[in-house]
Ligand binder design. Structure first.
Ligand code: SF4
Ligand code: SF4
Length: 400
């Protein structure tokens, strides 16, 4: 579902092909309903995999670039009228990974229009919305192929799709599935979503994949600038520096000192700067320019990598206050009197901010973990979660 989410982040890159065709599913009264759906077929054979390789490499290295695939209905296995219906965005990489994770299960997959962007970014940026879901429900006529009205949505779209609003406007009940596409088969089998399926883990494999994406994007966008200052020969060195910083931050993000990624990147740059100072101290006169040039390049590569990294995982959303000061724009609080204990906030939180009290009211117990995604605020049915910053400001204004 949430293909790599995206943070969905299954790292399997096996490809999927699908074949268009009309599906006929007999209804309970014996009448047959026909609608168009594509059949998922895993790619087989070395040749087809080799032919797909450039696309796969491009998608990994330039993951920030939207890569749309056609919005459509895909049937996986031999789904029937009671088979689950899952939804994801039309980001090609996500669709391939979700299909791969679901192969072996009889289900329907709706590929909703979302500008070819992954689930997390599309939902947070308003591209994956209730309108996207309405559009794919109508154009595929999935309602004619199944007897139920339940949609399984990727958890990371909770920042953009309110379940109550979805039900009101479509008649379809939505539930949020696991964060990782790889967990969907287990979730479908047990219909349970343990803690590990709800949280973004961002393991080493995923972080390295993100490092490749970050490196590709930064190299493409910024190599020109040092070249304009120091000539074209500097290009491979700058690209190499970016690769070192991106992989260093990805591998060391949980252990490097520093509250923000700019600080962590600064720590990584320190040995290089120390080496340059040593050159200056013990080298000859021409070394001054050399040291200045490389200090500048190091600083630029560190700064670019440090500022880019937060937007590559739901664990660290971008936002300048978070980026430079480690502060979150949201300061949330749960209003106890409004909380009905439905736990929806906990179900959609990508980190682990909430815990239930003895009387089943939700408590905001880990404010330091909050990444300010807003998913809990959007999903809370009773508006029990408020932004304290806005509330304080409102009260101050009212008192003033
Ligand atoms: S979503 Fe709202 S009402 Fe439900 S448990 Fe959380 S704070 Fe309470
Ligand atoms: S508590 Fe923070 S991180 Fe968790 S869902 Fe709410 S805004 Fe997002």
């Amino acid at each position: 579902m949430n293909g790599a989410g995206e943070a969905v982040q299954s790292t399997d890159t096996s490809d999927a092909r699908s074949r268009s065709g009309t599906v006929t599913v007999p209804s309970s009264n014996g009448a047959a309903t026909a609608a168009r759906a594509e059949r998922y077929e895993p790619a087989r054979g070395i040749l087809s995999r080799v032919l797909e390789l450039p696309k796969r490499l491009f998608q990994v290295a330039f993951r920030v670039v939207p890569y749309p695939t056609r919005p459509r209905l895909i049937r996986i296995g031999s789904p029937g009228r009671r088979s689950p219906v899952l939804v994801t965005t039309n980001y090609d990489l996500t669709v391939r990974r979700v299909c791969r994770a679901l192969s072996g299960i009889d289900c329907w997959l709706l590929v909703a229009p979302a500008a070819g962007v992954d689930v997390w970014c599309a939902a947070s940026g308003g591209r994956f919305s209730i309108e996207s879901v309405i559009s794919i429900l109508k154009t595929t006529r999935i309602g004619e192929l199944v007897d139920h009205r339940r949609l399984i949505l990727p958890e990371l779209c909770a920042t953009g799709i309110n379940l109550f609003e979805l039900r009101r406007r479509t008649g379809w009940a939505g539930v949020f599935g696991p964060v990782e596409a790889a967990d969907v088969p287990e979730y479908l089998r047990t219909r349970r979503k343990p803690q590990a399926m709800m949280r973004v883990s961002f393991d080493r494999k995923q972080r390295l994949e993100m490092a490749a994406a970050m490196w590709g994007s930064l190299s493409l966008r910024y190599t020109l600038f040092p070249c304009l200052a120091f000539g074209w020969r500097i290009a491979p060195w700058f690209v190499l520096l970016l690769a070192l910083f991106c992989s260093g931050i990805a591998l060391g993000c949980f252990v490097l000192p520093g509250k923000t990624f700019v600080q962590k990147a600064g720590v990584l740059a320190l040995p290089g700067v120390a080496g340059l100072i040593a050159v200056l101290a013990f080298g000859g006169r021409p070394e001054l320019l050399f040291v200045l040039k490389w200090t500048l390049l190091l600083g630029l590569a560190a700064f670019l990598s440090g500022t880019a990294f937060p937007s590559y995982s739901p664990l660290w959303p971008c936002g300048y206050s978070k980026l430079f000061y480690g502060a979150c724009d949201l300061k949330l609080a749960v209003l106890e009197e409004r909380c009905i204990g439905c736990k929806l906030c906990d179900l959609v939180c990508p980190v682990d901010c909430f815990a239930a009290s003895e009387d089943r009211k939700m408590l905001f117990v880990n404010p330091d973990l909050c990444v300010g995604c807003g998913a809990c605020v959007i999903q809370c049915p009773t508006e029990a979660i408020v932004n304290q910053v806005a509330e304080d400001h409102r009260l101050q204004t009212a008192c003033g």
